[in-house]
Design a protein around this ligand. Structure first.
Ligand code: ADP
Length: 412
């Protein structure tokens, strides 16, 4: 510190030295569009940035009237009117958007500005107005490009969605037509097979006996084909929202016992020991064929995916809900598989190892939910699976009349 100079004095001197250059320096270097205009609408100060927006050097503004500098008939000319208003009212004007069309080489160039006008007061009197201008042209161009890009992407997505929906609709229509067409020859083949075997047995009993096992194989395969066709029909019905229920008084214990009996051979073939925990009666109102269809799906899956290990079936009543559990100790299901397996055509195994359409559980869930119930699964890969079915004993909506439907060979 030089001798004889105190700290406050030195600060005073340095800011004094800065004062005369600060405003003009600031105006010529700051990248913001800014100007000060006096009550006569003369430019007192203007930043280089705003001067270049007006297309003139800064010096060409200073001391000149706004109307001399800016074309009063252009969009920029409105600026003078706004400044006058601010000077008269003392009220600021904020965020005024100005769209300025500049004639260019052949094409008109549009520029977008946002301007704000604020009064400058001394002793309570409005002595000038300050103008702030922001050039939004580039930002708007980027936004417009982004919006156009987003709109294009949206259009592509919507087109893809429309095409997918159309493809799904065409597939469901095809399934429906194909399933109906396949039913007729199948029914006829089954009838003719039975007739043929009966005629052969009548004419040559020994030959009839010899052919009986082959006849049974044919019968089994035809009935398998029939149930595949019915599955396809159900899917197309579900897609069309035409699956209906015909509930009637049933004892679920009896139905479960009958189905377990019907499946005992299949479980034996699969090497599954069966443990059935059902007792007494469990009355309620259910559509018998739909309940059977659900049981067929769960039991055949247990035999297929739980082959060689025991299977346990239990049924209990919990208040107004019947709870059926089918537990196997087979291959189990991965977490990813569990999230998908109730979906249409969804499978959690490879086709090479296990055949199937991936429709059984989809249809099962649709039926169960139509009955007001639910189906859940507990499983882990390699740890077996337990499917739990919860069915209310009373139908959700009382059935009205008899509705036409075809399931598992049911008449129309
Ligand atoms: P499908 O058996 O014809 O493939 P489903 O709809 O009945 O069709 O079953 C869907 C998928 O769920 C099966 O492909 C299989 O991956 C899995 N799954 C069903 N039941 C079991 C089970 N008991 N154990 C293991 N996986 C099963």
């Amino acid at each position: 510190m030089p001798a004889g100079e105190s700290a406050p004095e030195r600060r005073e001197a340095s800011s004094e030295g800065l004062r005369p250059v600060a405003l003009s320096e600031l105006m010529s270097t700051m990248p913001l569009g800014m100007a000060v205009v006096d009550r006569e609408l003369r430019f007192v100060e203007v930043s280089e940035a705003l001067a270049s927006l007006n297309g003139l050097p800064r010096e060409a503004h200073l001391g000149r009237l706004m109307d001399e500098v800016m074309n009063p008939h252009s969009s920029l000319g409105d600026t003078a009117r706004r400044v006058r208003r601010v000077l008269e009212t003392g009220e600021p004007l904020d965020g005024v958007e100005i769209i300025h069309r500049e004639p260019g080489m052949g094409v008109e160039r549009t520029r977008v500005f946002r301007a704000s006008y604020h009064p400058v007061r001394r002793d309570g009197e409005v002595i000038a107005a300050c103008i702030y201008v922001e050039d939004l042209t580039e930002r708007r161009r980027v936004e417009a490009q982004r919006d156009a890009g987003a709109a294009r992407e949206r259009a592509v997505r919507e087109q893809a969605l429309r095409e997918t929906q159309e493809a799904v609709r065409a597939r469901d229509e095809f399934l429906s037509v194909a399933a109906h067409e396949l039913r007729t020859p199948l029914t006829s083949m089954r009838l003719h097979l039975q007739l043929l075997l009966r005629q052969v047995t009548g004419a040559q009993p020994a030959l009839g006996q010899e052919l009986a096992p082959r006849g049974q194989v044919l019968e089994r395969q035809l009935s398998r084909l029939g149930s595949l066709v019915n599955t396809l029909l159900d899917v197309s019905r579900l897609a069309a929202g035409k699956l209906s229920l015909e509930p009637r008084e049933l004892d679920l214990v009896q139905v479960v016992r009958q189905m377990v009996d019907a499946f005992s051979e299949e479980f034996a073939r699969a090497g599954c020991e069966l443990a059935v925990h059902v007792s007494g009666t469990l009355p309620g109102q259910w559509d018998p064929l739909r309940v059977e269809q659900v049981l067929v799906n769960l039991l055949s899956n247990a035999a297929k995916y739980g082959a060689g290990r025991p299977v346990e079936i239990s049924l209990v009543g919990e208040g107004t809900v019947a709870v059926l559990a089918v537990k196997d100790h087979g291959i189990g299901i991965s977490e990813d598989g569990m999230a998908r397996l109730f979906g249409k055509f969804e499978r959690a195994v490879s086709e090479r190892h296990y055949g199937g359409l991936g429709l059984g559980l989809y249809i099962t869930r649709q039926i169960v939910e139509a009955m007001g119930g639910s189906i859940t699964v507990r499983s882990a890969q390699g740890q077996g699976s337990t499917f739990i079915l919860r069915l209310p004993t009373q139908p959700r909506v009382p059935s009205v009349g008899i509705q036409a439907m075809v399931v598992g060979g049911r008449a129309k």
